[in-house]
Write a protein that binds this ligand. Structure first.
Ligand SMILES: [Zn+2]
Length: 283
């Protein structure tokens, strides 16, 4: 695929403007990257406000993090390791965005994942946003913490830190960040009004079917696990309804309400028959 690198650098600056102007980062925070060929990645420089970047400041690295090109002044983001882990594990991904949006980061700090199905767009395009366990920035702790979610998700909250999203291109990854922040703010405001009412199971299923029909790229926990309520490998979970780290609760919603009324009369009948048989045998 032909990619005009200068245009890509300009797009990175444009995304930087939007991230900064929307208050998704403060000062020099945040970083993003764009894979422009199988072994070339453009990434934002460290120590620079993302709202004040120029195309020449953008660094070019390989998949191992070696610098291929820079202006001699700027260095790649120190948090690039988590980006490289995404590229290593997800061949369909060509861009990664990291920011500290206010409401999403508040959820990451409060330990509240964005896993409720409360609005159609979020269910179709975003899926769920779990919380990856805390890791020290710029170390391998964050890449290790986020990897278990790659098979099922396209965005995570970083515990006590911020958010990370990825997609097929830079716009897709950036829009995921916008969407998850919008979702986080909605969730917060609904909480102020008494709590968000979740969509019923049959409506969630219809939205998942729509996502399939739209052929939306990326991963979605409800599709990857095909209705199974389960967690990514390596994360232990008791699976109860109060678990805040659940990946997907659609199976619970689908099965539990229907199973209860059916199971109860059957069990009651069996108990009555057993009791009657035992009573007859004792005679
Ligand atoms: Zn950060």
């Amino acid at each position: 695929m032909f990619v005009n690198e200068f245009e890509m650098r300009k797009l990175m600056c444009e995304i930087g403007n939007r991230v900064y102007n929307r208050g998704m980062v403060a000062a020099n925070d945040g970083n993003f990257s764009y894979k422009i060929s199988p072994n070339e990645i453009l990434c934002t420089p460290t120590g620079v406000s993302k709202g004040f970047m120029t195309p020449n400041m953008i660094c070019k690295i390989d998949l191992e993090g070696n610098v291929l090109q820079s202006d001699g002044i700027h260095k790649p983001s120190s948090e690039i390791k988590m980006h490289l882990r995404v590229y290593k594990c997800r061949e369909d991904v060509n861009a990664v965005v990291h920011a500290h949006p206010m409401y999403a980061t508040a959820h990451a700090i409060a330990g509240i994942p964005l896993d409720k199905q409360i609005m159609p767009e979020a269910t179709i395009f975003l899926g769920e946003v779990p919380i990856a366990p805390y890791g020290l920035p710029s170390t391998m702790e964050i890449p290790d913490a986020i990897e278990p979610f790659f098979n099922t998700h396209d965005a995570v909250l970083l515990e006590n830190h911020g958010a990370l999203s990825w997609g097929i291109d830079l716009m897709a990854a950036y829009f995921k960040m916008e969407s998850l922040e919008f979702y986080a703010e909605l969730s917060y405001r609904a909480q102020m009004l008494g709590g968000a009412r979740e969509l019923p199971a049959h409506e969630v299923k219809r939205l998942i079917d729509l996502r399939k029909a739209f052929n939306v790229p990326g991963k979605h926990p409800c599709i990857e696990k095909e209705g199974l309520c389960t967690k990514p490998e390596g994360i232990s979970c008791t699976h109860d309804s109060d678990c805040k780290n659940r990946v997907c609760n659609c199976d619970d919603k689908k099965v539990k309400p229907a199973a209860k009324p059916e199971a109860a009369p059957g069990a009651e009948l069996i108990a009555r028959i057993t009791e009657e048989v035992l009573r007859q045998l004792k005679k």
